[in-house]
Design a protein around this ligand. Structure first.
Ligand code: PMP
Ligand code: GLN
Length: 385
């Protein structure tokens, strides 16, 4: 039987490939992005308590009201934006799903979506599965900044949306208010919709502040903003996220969502709502910045080099030029197999597999994990060329 290929991505996602390879070779897994340290004991207990108290049946379609209220309160406090929890917030099974659902709510056959590469690997398949076309633009190394002339040239009458990711996976780049203003200038007289992937909003360093699309007076009314609790509370396996969008966008989003998964894990929503209601939650960026600094510090004893420290996210992009001239995919597999450290080749974030000889390490790891990885990385010399 011939089944259709709904999108152009070949084979299996790089995160599955590299985590499986890491397991096969018993390597330290700095590839797929997830913390290797435990979640807060209190959050874990709250999940158990919710299940024990009997919160085990379907949650409301839009999400548990108290969780949506907590999110609205949190955004008011942290970003000074007023969000209506009933008409503007939908709880989702993770941000990947929220991005797919936002695309599905708006895309029609023949539409175009502008994607800035390198980009998280689900975006383009999501766009194509919906019958639309991704128009890709490369960010400019070393800062991975946007060439606004290129964006302007990419806009056509068929452009339905542009997807932005800040802080950025895999480069760690962070958008400023000025970036958003430039985007606002370009879309002002169009109906272009913004998808703003802000899953790493709370992982931002060196005193920088995340600027959310929800804070932008012109852009907010034309944007879906997408978030993931997994990145904030270190529980990526819970797969709980949310979408914040104006009422008419949220209605379109729920039109799809209600028939895609209907509702999201009830005890996890209870646990998160209770957890969020408590004062004095830990500031994740402080802890993660220490990990980034420790990682970069130890990396200097190796032949790997960085162009600049990640300003956000929990990824550091690294060059291996001094060690090898292998293609990055080959190098990542070699490193996992021969030296027991798994990484992600940056070419996996480009549709055309553009290879700049860069790899990505996840530094959301225990100190001893980073130390062990660095012991292995520092043993590698240029003889591997
Ligand atoms: N967007 C980006 C840029 C990501 O790195 C991730 C990481 N998983 C997601 C979205 C998806 O988050 P989730 O695990 O909640 O689906
Ligand atoms: N976002 C994580 C990463 O970039 C993992 C996502 C996934 O495994 N699909 O590594």
């Amino acid at each position: 039987m011939l089944l259709p290929h709904k999108h152009s991505a070949e084979g299996t996602t790089i995160f599955t490939i590299m985590s499986a390879l890491a397991q096969q070779h018993n390597a330290i897994n700095l590839s797929q992005g997830f913390p290797d340290f435990p979640i807060g004991t209190e959050l874990a207990s709250l999940l158990g308590e919710a299940a024990a108290q009997g919160y085990n049946q379907y949650a409301p379609m839009a999400g548990l009201p108290q969780l949506r209220q907590q999110i609205a309160t949190d955004f008011q406090k942290r970003y000074g934006v007023t969000i209506n929890p009933d008409t503007e917030i939908t709880i989702t099974p993770g941000a990947t799903y929220a991005i797919y659902t936002a695309f599905t709510s708006i895309l029609e056959a023949g539409d175009e979506v502008i994607v800035l590469e390198p980009a998280y690997d689900s975006y383009i398949p999501n766009i194509e599965t919906n019958g639309a076309r991704a128009i890709t633009i490369s960010l400019k190394a070393p800062a991975f900044s946007v060439d606004w002339d290129e964006v302007q040239k990419a806009i056509s009458l068929r452009t339905k949306a542009i997807i932005i990711n800040t802080p950025h996976n895999p480069t760690g780049a962070v958008w400023t208010k000025e970036d958003w203003d430039k985007l606002a200038d370009l879309v002002r007289d169009t109906n272009i919709i913004i998808l703003s992937d802000e899953v790493y909003e709370q992982l931002i360093y060196d005193g920088l502040q995340h600027y959310s699309v929800l804070q932008h007076p012109e852009l907010r009314h034309r944007s879906f903003a997408l978030y993931s609790f997994g990145k904030v509370f270190h529980n990526t396996g819970w797969k709980i996220g949310y979408c914040i969008a104006p009422p008419e966008f949220t209605t379109a989003f729920r039109r799809i969502h209600q028939f895609l998964c209907f509702s999201v894990n009830t005890p996890a929503q209870y646990a998160l709502a209770t957890y969020l209601s408590q004062p004095g939650l830990p500031v994740v960026s402080k802890m993660m910045q220490q990990k980034r600094d420790h990682f970069i510090d130890m990396l200097s004893a190796t032949q790997f080099t960085i162009h600049q420290p990640a300003s956000g996210s929990y990824f550091q992009t690294v060059s291996y030029e001094q060690i090898s001239d292998m293609p990055d995919m080959e190098f990542a597999q070699w490193l996992t197999r021969e030296h027991g450290v798994a990484t992600i080749p940056i070419s996996a974030f480009y549709r055309n597999k553009k290879d700049d000889k860069l790899i990505r390490f996840c530094f959301a790891k225990k100190e001893e994990t980073i130390k062990l990885a660095m012991d292995r990385l520092s043993a590698i010399t240029v003889t591997a060329k």
